[in-house]
Ligand binder design. Structure first.
Ligand code: AVJ
Length: 320
């Protein structure tokens, strides 16, 4: 990718050190989940999406396959498609095809490598499509590139990435998108549904340990980038369902009393102490629609499969 088309927005890079130090000094310890997605973490996440136990990706792709034409009919032609946290953009192909002709596609992602790969793949597959990548944390993406300014914008936020935000952050994010996407817009949001823990827990505790590797890669990243001395064998992956909060939580649990260092700073752990690394909130249909309503959106349509595993919402600006 050329420098000319690669935009970078603030909120990544330098703040990894600050965020990790602050998180490991607080009680309980935590590290923000956006730091999962370095090159290795993005690759591990792609492998998660291919796991049998990890139902959200396939369930959402099935919904996009079945209903991309309906979404395109609602959106109309020549929209600018803006994707938040696009990663490999693998799910977007169906939508891009259905929406054709598109004014432009603006993928926003925190992983440079994932973004570059996606852009190269899409430019090869859709030579006529204008692709304008934005490198950065979509939570900080407060301005869109010039190409995105004129036509109707269609926001796309798949994968239940919104589940990483807590409820008030999610509502605020939906509000921010409402102003970012302008008066003539719509928003397609993929949201994982509340369901039995018999399905939920294996999705975050897969047999092959890919999710464990994804979680522990955070400590590996601290070792690689911040001169960390974490012994990865002395920590374990943990994923639980917090029913009160309606969310899966991932933690990294210390298997011993131990002290590790990063940037020369010691961090001590008691045996069993955890670092909270991710929340993945699950929503009922009405629950999500109420939140979107509070953020200035009107739920125009929602698609769920017969299996009721996942939901894709089509939101439009609320009138009045
Ligand atoms: C990409 C945030 C939607 O929460 O299910 C997958 C990330 N974490 N396995 C999710 C994830 C553990 C995923 N999201």
């Amino acid at each position: 990718m050329t420098q000319a088309t690669q935009r970078t927005i603030d909120g990544i890079g330098g703040d990894f050190a600050d965020a990790v130090l602050a998180g490991l000094r607080s009680k309980p310890k935590s590290i923000p989940s956006r730091f999962f997605y370095d090159a290795k973490g993005s690759e591990l996440f792609e492998r998660i999406t291919e796991l049998e136990e990890y139902y959200p990706t396939n369930a959402e792709i099935a919904l996009l396959d079945a209903h991309a034409e309906d979404m395109a009919a609602l959106a109309g032609p020549n929209v600018c498609l803006v994707e938040f946290g696009s990663g490999s953009s693998r799910k977007t192909d169906r939508l891009i095809e259905a929406l054709a002709p598109l004014h432009a596609y603006v993928p926003i992602d925190i992983s440079d490598a994932a973004l570059a790969g996606a852009v190269a793949r899409l430019r090869a597959r859709f030579p006529d499509l204008r692709v304008v990548p934005v490198h950065g944390d979509f939570n900080a993406a407060l301005a869109l590139p010039k190409t995105a300014r004129t036509p109707k914008k269609l926001g796309f936020f798949p994968g239940s990435t919104i589940g990483n935000l807590n409820r008030w952050e999610a509502r605020r994010f939906l509000e921010d998108c409402r102003s970012l996407l302008g008066p003539n817009c719509a928003f397609v949001v993929g949201v994982d549904l509340k369901k039995d823990t018999g399905i939920l827990l294996p999705a975050y505790n897969d047999r092959d340990g890919v999710t464990a590797a994804f979680n522990l890669n955070l400590l590996d990243r601290v070792n690689r980038e911040l001169g960390g001395t974490f012994d990865l064998n002395a920590f374990a992956h943990q994923a639980i369902y917090n029913a009160d909060e309606g969310r899966i939580e991932m933690h990294i649990r210390s298997l011993a009393d131990q002290t590790a260092e990063l940037m020369g700073e010691p961090v001590s752990f008691a045996e069993g102490e955890t670092i909270h690394t991710e929340n993945s909130h699950k929503y009922g249909i009405e629950e999500f629609q109420a939140m979107a309503g509070a953020a200035g959106w009107e739920p125009l349509k929602v698609w769920t499969g017969a299996d009721n595993l996942f939901s894709v919402h089509y939101l439009v600006p609320a009138t009045a």
